[in-house]
Design a protein around this ligand. Structure first.
Ligand code: F6R
Length: 610
């Protein structure tokens, strides 16, 4: 969490740093600040609130060729102006921005207090500014390299010194940091999105590396020695990362799902006129030979990605007949898990930076088991550290609530399941062809679903003032129910619970009365009869029923108050189609309640602290 953006340039760049912070706001947005080199040393402006507030309060006469900004998601210390970054040492000559947590900061602070230091914030970051100031002997790089070994914890740092105006220093341990190489300017940021309108040439720092940025270029160092930097061309464009006329990123990303699905599925799957479907395997993905040793699959993820993993289990077990276990990565890594030979560990992640998922990946790698990352951000830490990578190809996802990454994760998991199924011959050719056809159809069906989603706005308006919501489903409908509830609570702040509808009579039915809206995912299929009886149990207790149903379901009107129909001819991939109305219900409810859809309170998109 927290976003860092800095530029050192031959030109005036203060507005560009502030724009870059806007692009990073999804990482944290409780306070924001910027430090710049003025003719008379470092100047700082910090505010509680959003980047727009900072921009509005900046001195219009302020200009700079070198500046560092930070948008904060509070860890140590409340979101106040004093605790907002950048932090300076008492002389004001050194400034630091930080993403992460310094675990030994209390000890370091005690040591500094004993030496007479005074502090102006409650943050862990301020100690770093003090330590650098004390280590400085005319060389900022040397001072930073002296201080870093004293810091225990995780960090991405940006550092400036008033005495060396054409220099920015970056350092990374555990939190992401990227360098952008522009024309006569060099940038430092938490991810590539704020660079895209300046440059597509980037270098991703690895743990333990220090970057030395000057207008004409940069150097990367480790343990005091220079390294040859690995400069890559970023695949995303500035347009990919824009809002393109949509009111919110979330809305744009919901409507991008047909395109994202098509890009992924067309790249990975084809169905010749005869014979088995073909899966196309890029070089970075797990090779066929490695598939043959797999006896068991563990899917590691959090949040929305975990819900995709739950659907993935169903797909992999059904098609490939391989036992599959979705796990919360944090729970997995802290319980001393039993790790059996023949297990493939798959991390599922949009950002590729979620700290618990990354730590679980590292734990697995240390034990020598194979790891595969289903990941959306191609340059992320997990994409770089996993043995094999399955890129989700959904393009930048900026809205804090994950939408298109979820449906792409589910499609990717189905492709993985099909790949195993084809290789192992677990199903007949006809069945595998049917499944491939379902997958190849899902993007255009998603497009059709989205065309009629306006109706969800009316439903959202009708129920927006309810305090609670239940989401129920079975099979793939169960993780979808969890996902629908998560979307609603995270952006509209309505309390919502998702559950397997078989659970309703084991307790939660006690909650149901005429005030309780209950959304059922009730597509026709194997468990339809059971779902219908659960739906009637809710109806009998006067619950208000919203049902997502199959296009041709004529009976459901007798049971449900509101009905959303889906052309459900994509087999198990119908789950992808159901997610669009769930996302849009949450979206419209949040807009109607006046919530900030793209930046829900207390959250940040990339959870890089535990
Ligand atoms: C919810 C949401 C989060 C993320 C979770 C994992 O809308 O976005 O629950 O799914 O924080 O993030 P990634 O996929 O980046 O590892």
């Amino acid at each position: 969490m927290c976003g860092i953006m800095g530029i050192v340039s031959k030109k005036e760049i203060l507005p560009a740093v502030i724009d870059g912070l806007r692009a990073l706001e999804y990482r944290g947005y409780d306070s924001v600040g910027v430090v710049w080199q003025s003719g008379e040393g470092l100047r700082v402006k910090r505010v509680v609130g959003r980047v727009d507030k900072l921009a509005g309060e900046m001195d219009p006469a302020a200009t700079a060729r070198s500046a560092l900004g930070h948008t904060r998601w509070a860890t140590h210390g409340a979101p106040t102006e004093c605790n907002a970054h950048p932090h300076r040492d008492p002389s004001g000559r050194f400034a630091v921005v930080h993403n992460g947590i310094i675990d030994n900061y209390a000890e370091l602070k005690q040591e500094l207090l004993a030496q007479g230091a005074t502090f102006s914030s409650e943050t862990d970051t301020e100690v770093i500014a003090h330590l650098i100031a004390r280590a400085y002997k005319g060389d900022l790089l040397a001072a930073v390299e002296e201080v870093l070994p004293r810091l225990v914890g995780v960090y991405a740092l940006g550092v400036m010194c008033a005495d060396e105006p054409e220099l920015l220093i970056g350092a990374r341990k555990g939190s992401p940091l990227t360098i952008g190489l522009g024309d006569g300017e060099t940038m430092l940021a938490s991810d590539v999105v704020p660079f895209l309108s300046h440059t597509r040439q980037a270098c991703y720092l690895n743990d333990g590396e220090v970057a030395v940025l000057r207008p004409e270029g940069f150097e990367v160092r480790k343990e005091g020695k220079p390294l040859t930097p690995d400069i890559r061309t970023i695949e995303w464009s500035a347009e990919d990362a824009g809002r393109e006329g949509y009111e919110h990123y979330m809305l744009k990303e919901i409507y991008e799902q047909p395109k994202a699905l098509k890009t992924l599925i067309d790249a990975r799957l084809s169905l010749p006129e005869k014979g088995l479907p073909r899966i196309h395997v890029p070089e970075e993905d797990i090779p066929d030979a490695a598939l043959d040793t797999v006896k068991r699959i563990v899917l590691l993820a959090h949040g929305t990605a975990y819900h995709a993993a739950m659907i993935g289990r169903l797909l992999i077990e059904r098609v490939a007949r391989i036992p599959c276990y979705p796990e919360y990565a944090s729970d997995f890594r802290y319980r001393n898990p039993i790790m059996e030979p023949g297990t493939l560990y798959v991390v599922i992640t949009q950002s590729g930076e979620t700290i618990d998922t990354l730590s679980a990946l590292r734990l697995v790698k240390d034990t020598g088991h194979p790891t595969l990352a289903l990941v959306n951000v191609p340059s992320s830490t997990m994409a770089r550290e996993a043995d094999y990578v399955f890129p989700l190809m959904a393009g930048p996802e900026i809205g804090v609530a994950s939408t298109k990454a979820f449906t792409s994760m589910v499609a990717a998991l189905y492709i993985l399941a099909l790949r195993f199924g084809i290789r192992r011959g677990t199903e007949s050719e006809a069945s595998l062809r049917r499944r491939a056809g379902d997958l190849l159809r899902v993007s255009s069906r998603m497009h059709e679903v989205l065309l009629k989603c306006d109706f969800l706005k009316d439903i959202a308006l009708k129920y927006k003032d309810k305090e609670h919501f239940l989401f129920l489903g079975r099979g793939a409908g169960w993780p979808l129910a969890l996902e629908g509830a998560l979307k609603l609570k995270e952006i509209s702040y309505i309390h919502a619970e998702g559950m397997n509808s078989s659970e309703i009579k084991h307790g939660p039915l006690a909650l149901v009365d005429e005030e309780m809206p209950v959304l059922f995912i009730t597509l026709k299929g194997e468990r339809y009869d059971r779902l219908l009886s659960n739906l009637n149990e809710v109806k009998a207790r006067h619950g208000r029923i919203i049902a997502i149903v199959s296009q041709d379901d004529e009976d459901i009107h007798q049971h449900a108050d509101e009905v959303f129909r889906i052309h459900d001819d994509c087999g198990v991939m119908n789950s992808i189609l159901c997610s669009a109305p769930l996302q849009l219900l949450a979206y419209h409810a949040a807009v109607a309640r006046g919530c900030d859809v793209d930046k829900p309170k207390n959250l940040a998109k990339s959870v890089t602290v535990e």
